[in-house]
Ligand binder design. Structure first.
Ligand code: SF4
Length: 473
């Protein structure tokens, strides 16, 4: 399962803003590994350098030296809307003269195609196939004079998930959609300010955490300091997968450090799905903490049965299925001496298509495990995501058309237990109604078109159900 991107912004006169952005993107690399980019402004001109590849592959001393100014924004990309190619790398610069902005986006705009057609009809042209350029042109199309009002204008028309950093020649903006689907936080550094997808990026560059940017909030940072503008929020819908998998365990989201939340997910699994076993292990790295939690609660010894090659990126780095199949073998190496003849409880973050888990079970069995008991930190994923997480169609989601015993048999495990929604909420220790749980429940937070479509889709066969069929209806 892919998340969509990491964004960053810094306003810090006198600092090397491009270098700060580089190290912040380095800390946010887990959020997107296809391309990376930095845009800066010296107060007169915006400039951008973006390429395909990891942050450390994209930038060198030479490229950073040429990115000068007091304001920078940066981006790590995993493609959701728009293919994986250099023209879709971000940040992008859109507009002319004083009417120019640079923008970096994490999320997915549900009504992007409609807005794209509308903007094309009024003479706007597009250089990329991303919804980010739709956002940028929507801001530029506003009849309002001031940038904040123009951003508000766009927010009133956009449906979906967006955490944005935007730079104009004199101002850095941070914008979070009214649902707050993706995280965005504010920090301070040497008299300047930073904005990041996750607080771990602030830690790595020596910035201090100030607060989260609220759902529906626009933060504008200039020489005069910070101004905040709050748009109306009907309900929050923070993506629960930020807590399960996407964000780093050393990040704080909604006042909750993720590491103890993941420990508690493991404890919850042990409470809900006990089993007699010799060893517990978490699939590294995203389920490591949950494995510790399971071992702690159950009293079963913890062990590292799979070692991860940490230099190959995440399993789903390539969108292509063939590369995904290879990816698991490249990624993990089992320890037969630890596993031989043992009954093993294996904790993993989620089962999406069911392509990875059978390979993990097979690796463990070939390494000598006598029994493999899978425990999953997420409930069964039965519905696709419309907010920027690449799960593809409903038919590809194994839990949408198989019962738990059927999934257990498919993955080849001796037993399978998913954490319940109640158990998950208890582990995160925040109110249930602030979260999006749509991929478990089908209850999408977007109010108008998706709710209507959902009613229709209840009568649609699973293999016809996908984000694109919803959009077309
Ligand atoms: S549908 Fe699932 S993955 Fe998508 S935003 Fe909601 S909780 Fe996150």
């Amino acid at each position: 399962m892919h998340e969509s991107c990491g964004v960053f912004g810094v306003y810090a006169p006198g600092e090397d803003v491009a270098r700060l952005t580089f190290f912040a993107l380095f800390a946010l690399q887990h959020r997107g590994q296809e391309s990376a980019g930095i845009a800066t402004t010296d107060g007169k001109n915006l400039q951008v350098y973006a390429r395909m590849g990891l942050v450390s592959q994209v930038f060198d001393e030479h490229s950073l030296t040429h990115l000068t100014g007091d304001i920078a924004i940066g981006h790590n990309r995993y493609s959701t809307r728009g293919s994986s190619r250099i023209t879709n790398a971000q940040p992008i610069i859109v507009g002319n003269g004083e009417n120019t902005l640079a923008i970096a986006h994490n999320g997915n705009i549900v009504n992007a195609e409609h807005l794209y057609e509308e903007l094309c009809g009024t003479g706007y042209t597009f250089n990329t196939s991303t919804d980010t350029e739709v956002i940028a042109n929507l801001i530029l199309s506003s009849p309002e004079k001031h940038w904040v009002d123009r951003i508000k204008y766009a927010m009133h028309r956009l449906q979906g998930a967006y955490s944005l950093t935007i730079a104009t020649n004199h101002t850095l903006y941070g914008v979070r959609d009214p649902f707050g689907v993706r995280p965005l936080c504010l920090g301070a550094i040497n008299g300047g300010w930073v904005i990041a997808s996750e607080s771990c990026a602030l830690d790595h560059i020596g910035a201090s955490f100030t607060r989260e940017i609220e759902p529906g909030e626009i933060v504008a940072i200039t020489d005069n300091g910070i101004d905040s503008y709050q748009e109306e929020v009907s309900r929050r819908a923070i993506c629960i997968f930020e807590y399960i998998y996407f964000a780093r365990p050393d990040s704080v989201i909604n006042g909750r450090l993720l590491y103890p939340a993941r420990l508690a997910m493991g404890e919850g699994l042990a409470r809900e799905h006990q089993v007699d076993a010799d060893l517990v292990m978490g699939v590294p790295d995203s389920a490591t903490a949950a494995g510790i939690g399971y071992a702690r609660y159950s009293g079963i010894p913890l062990c590292e049965g799979l070692l991860k090659n940490r230099y190959v990126g995440r399993t789903f780095i390539e969108p292509d299925q063939r590369i995904r199949d290879l990816g698991v073998k490249l990624k993990f190496n089992p320890l037969p001496q630890m596993l031989d003849g043992k009954r093993v409880v294996v904790i993993d973050d989620s089962i999406v298509r069911g392509t990875t888990t059978p390979k993990v079970v097979g690796l463990l069995r070939r390494a000598g495990a006598k029994e493999v008991h899978m425990r999953i930190c997420a409930p069964p994923i039965r519905y696709p995501c419309f907010f920027g997480v690449d799960m593809a169609t409903r038919a590809e989601l194994i839990a949408s058309h198989k019962t738990v015993p059927e999934v257990r048999d498919f993955i080849g495990a001796d037993s399978l237990g998913y954490l319940s929604i109640d158990g998950l909420i208890k582990a995160v220790a925040l109110p249930r109604d602030i979260f999006c749980l749509a991929c478990f429940t089908g209850d999408y937070p977007i109010p108008v078109q998706l709710q209507m479509d959902k009613l229709a889709l209840e009568h649609m066969p699973a293999d016809e159900y996908s984000p694109s069929t919803v959009k077309q209806r």
